[in-house]
Design a protein around this ligand. Structure first.
Ligand SMILES: *Cc1c(COP(=O)(O)O)cnc(C)c1O
Length: 441
């Protein structure tokens, strides 16, 4: 297992001639020596940009700052850096200055769906809680580019307390997703405090942490961090590998520590043009992930954030990738491909179509090989009329602690007990013209 190779040693010594492997593996040393200037990047990698190119890059960095850990920098193949997936994710491209008409500053309306600073409450039973606004590496494809490097938006302790108060006072929340920035930029003590406060809230069942540390700074996953987190189980951890090249000896070791400590591990990948928009690369990635006990969770269509247009692919590319995975490989290695709805509708799964046609008693399907098959539905099926009166229903459900009945969206249209026959958008002219002005929703 290569943890410290010659290339890394060379980079370390350029940073500080007295640097040792113990420095390299110290996450605070890595942070202190993160590369924030194009000139430092050139010095450490030996890559020289042309004068014009450098000017453009520096201009880009003024708008969207640069930060690369020495570790992540060491993964760049300097000989073919222009096509290197690590380079493309960490070094700015002048393409970031291009603003398309449809680009948005906050495409997912995270700030609008925010009851208190730091919290995005979009779904009924879970919230996103931004507890840090800094990262060890600034991903060029960051959906929250608007906040990167904005010192003012680093939440202080008072704001975190307000977030915790909101969660405490909102009993429908059962799942809290700690995100950022990168939550692991916070100290172990601070994380311990936040987790302790959250664990005091009886309705919180699950805590999740989204972090890119195993990818960009695996040395952050220290035994002390693990010991701190373990006290607050159940904690699920989602990380963010985009390319098989990012799975190195060091990142494997970090993942092993996390998995051994009992954190279920997931991975979110963003589909990025020129980086991973290839079925073969994706298959390699998901295989390497499951080898390391990481379950591919989501494959994201690139958001409509400003400065990301050069990374976006058509949706068809994602469907093609999912087509190449479903049936072709282990079911648990296939992520769900999602588009996060612009305007704040949440994640919408998209998939190839497997249902070709159907009649009243038969469905026609196709499999991954193109085999067309049928499934005969039962001749007799007695649906149970559901008025949501679960106490008298013959199906057994222990109502102790069972979910309250919700009444949302298509679920509501499908239900027997609700009179809604359609969903109509607000401010619909046709509905406004109706004299009784009644919206059926
Ligand atoms: C992604 C996301 C979640 C979590 O969604 P899951 O599908 O449960 O993983 C929660 N809140 C917000 C705002 C999100 O963007």
């Amino acid at each position: 297992m290569v943890i410290y190779n010659e290339k890394q040693q060379r980079i370390a010594e350029k940073i500080n001639p007295a640097a040792r492997i113990s420095n390299w593996k110290d996450w605070k040393w890595q942070l202190r020596n993160s590369i924030k200037e194009i000139s430092t990047f050139e010095k450490l990698t030996g890559i020289t940009f042309e004068e014009n190119e450098r000017k453009l890059l520096e201009k880009t960095v003024e708008k969207f700052p640069l930060s690369i850990t020495p570790y992540y920098l060491s993964l760049i193949d300097t000989k073919d850096y222009k096509n290197d997936p690590v380079f493309l994710q960490s070094v700015p491209s002048p393409g970031e200055l291009v603003v398309e008409k449809y680009d948005m500053v906050d495409p997912l309306s995270e700030d609008k769906d925010s009851p208190v600073p730091g919290i995005t409450h979009r779904y009924p039973d879970r919230v996103l809680f931004h507890i840090s606004n800094i990262c060890s590496m600034y991903c060029r494809h960051c959906t929250r580019k608007r906040k990167v490097g904005d010192r003012d938006s680093i939440p202080n302790k008072e704001e975190i307390i307000k977030g915790i108060e909101y969660i405490k006072n909102t009993p429908v929340i059962r799942d809290v997703l700690l995100s950022g920035g990168d939550p692991f930029m916070l100290s172990d003590e601070y994380l311990d405090w936040i987790l302790t406060e959250l664990r005091k809230i009886p309705h919180i069942e699950v805590i999740r942490i989204g972090t890119r540390m195993p990818v960009v700074l695996p040395y952050r996953i220290t035994d002390e961090l693990i010991a701190t987190l373990k006290k607050h189980h159940p904690i699920w951890i989602n990380t963010h590998f985009n390319h098989p090249r990012e799975i190195t000896g060091s990142s494997r070791e970090a993942l092993k520590k996390l998995a051994d400590a009992g954190f279920p591990l997931g991975n979110q990948t963003v589909l990025l043009a020129g980086v991973n928009d290839c079925p073969r690369i994706m298959k390699r990635l998901v295989h390497k992930l499951v080898q390391n006990r990481v379950r591919p969770y989501y494959l994201y269509q690139c958001d409509l954030s400003e400065g990301l247009s050069h990374f976006r692919t058509p949706v068809g590319k994602g469907i093609e990738i999912i087509e190449s995975l479903i049936g072709h490989t282990s079911g648990f290695a296939v992520p769900t491909y999602v588009i996060d709805a612009p305007g704040g509708g949440g994640k919408i799964p998209v998939m190839p179509n497997y249902l070709i046609s159907w009649s009243t008693n038969k469905v026609v399907l196709r499999n991954y090989e193109g085999v067309i098959t049928t499934y005969k539905e039962p001749d007799r099926y007695e649906p149970i009329f559901c008025d949501r009166n679960c106490e008298v229903c013959k199906l057994q459900l222990n109502l102790d602690g069972a979910e309250a009945i919700q009444n949302i969206g298509i679920e509501k249209l499908l239900s027997d007990y609700d009179d809604a026959i359609s969903l109509t958008p607000e401010n619909n002219d046709r509905m406004d013209r109706r004299s009784d002005n009644k919206i059926s929703e």
